[in-house]
Design a protein around this ligand. Structure first.
Ligand code: PEP
Ligand code: MN
Length: 391
């Protein structure tokens, strides 16, 4: 059960303290306080953990300071979308808004390599009118002898270049909680020229200590990759780990599932789950076509599988795209074969635009149909409830 307090009530308000005290004294219930920083307002919520079946909703709603109560109907209390759940969703980080309605593109190299390549990429991203990029400094690799990323060493110049080109958010994978400190230190040293979205990769979706560490810090939003070999339910529980530690700025990323020994794509593209996640949760949904498709194969229609997969996610309502680009894919230190080139960026964005416009039209079409249906239902109800005229 989630108690939503009236908007003006903060964590320190006497009403908040009274409600907490009341539930601390209630047997088998543990109240947990959460502050939700939204685009418009800061909301205080109290999560009631334990056996809530005997609690009286109406009585709770009559307590001073309570706005309303949401009954938790899914195991993911914070990130889940529950019955009669009107909690707002989305957040703004470093001037960029993320929610279930808009779309942000994060194009960039899988792994940071040279200053020249990073600068070329940042410049291209800025010239294309984008505000975000992806850059890996810490790379989890299958083979221990593979390049593991330049780590903290490259952060000063990566952040400085991001500032130079007006990049607002860099999605950056971390594989250890110490990396959060390293990123914070480098951002402070550089004078905060940009923002970082912490990325938890598919190999770490169930690294619970890393999830808790990411959730405990409330500075950076988190991009959580779906685990490639676990159930959706398990991945959503991972998202709940982040949110239950108080960080509600979580984006869920589909990146394909392991199957068929990597053929014909590196992973089985799972972007048909975009609407499923939007229905089940409040999280903005990201797609990663690069790690799903993993090749630059082209269909007979001349369109790259990567672009086809992206369009499939966008036309289904995706809110973010994480995609590998590199100025010289042949020289990339990680995942070159799946990277698009800087020269292809404009074309890629145009293709996304086509799919996004189609999605917007599909939404309008569905709204028209819903209106026609409700008018038809209302007419039928009036016709069947009208008393028969006596002759
Ligand atoms: C990545 O985005 O660079 C990456 C390693 O992705 P994933 O965790 O989805 O494999
Ligand atoms: Mn990669």
């Amino acid at each position: 059960m989630i108690i939503i307090l009236q908007p003006q009530l903060g964590e320190d308000a006497p009403e908040t303290a009274n409600i907490l005290e009341y539930f601390r004294a209630t047997p088998a219930i543990t109240p947990k306080l959460h502050q939700v920083v939204g685009a418009q307002q800061v909301l205080t919520e109290i999560y009631l953990l334990g056996d809530t079946s005997k609690l009286d909703r109406a009585q709770i709603e009559s307590l001073p300071g309570v706005s309303h109560v949401v009954k938790v109907s899914r195991p993911y209390a914070v990130v889940g979308r529950h019955v009669e759940d009107s909690r707002g969703a989305g957040f703004t980080y470093n001037g960029v808004t993320f929610n279930q309605n808009n779309l942000n593109i994060f194009a960039g190299p899988c792994a940071v390599d040279t200053i020249e390549h990073v600068e070329q990429m940042m410049k291209a991203v800025a010239e294309a009118g984008l505000q975000c990029t992806r850059m890996g400094a810490y790379k989890p690799r299958t083979n221990p002898y593979s390049f593991q990323g330049y780590g903290a060493k490259c952060l000063p110049w990566v952040f400085e270049l991001a500032g130079k080109y007006g990049i607002k958010v860099i999605a950056m994978e971390i594989t250890h909680d110490a990396h959060i400190e390293e990123i914070n230190h480098a951002l402070t040293q550089a004078g905060h020229p940009t923002g970082v979205m912490l990325q938890v990769g598919t190999r770490n979706t169930q690294n619970f200590e890393l999830l808790k560490a990411c959730g405990r810090q409330h500075k950076h939003p988190i991009l959580l990759k779906r685990g490639f070999g676990i159930t959706l339910d398990e991945s959503l529980n991972a998202a709940e780990y982040l949110a239950s530690e108080g960080n509600h700025q979580v984006i869920f990323c589909l990146r394909g599932m392991k199957t068929n020994l990597g053929e014909p794509h590196r992973n089985f593209v799972d972007f048909s789950h975009v609407p499923v996640l939007k229905r089940m949760t409040h999280m903005p949904v990201c797609i990663d076509p690069s790690h799903s498709v993993g090749t630059r194969e082209r269909a007979p229609d001349g369109i790259l599988d990567l672009c086809h997969a992206t369009a499939q996610g966008i036309i289904a309502g995706a809110n973010m795209v994480l995609v590998d680009f590199h100025p010289q894919p042949a020289r990339a230190l990680v995942d070159g074969p799946q990277a698009l080139t800087v020269a292809e960026l404009q074309y890629y964005l145009e293709d996304i635009d086509i799919a996004r416009n189609a999605y917007v039209k599909r939404k309008t079409c569905a709204a028209r149909q819903a209106k026609r249906q409700s008018t038809a239902t209302a007419t039928t109800t009036v016709a069947t409830t009208k008393p028969a005229v006596k002759k």
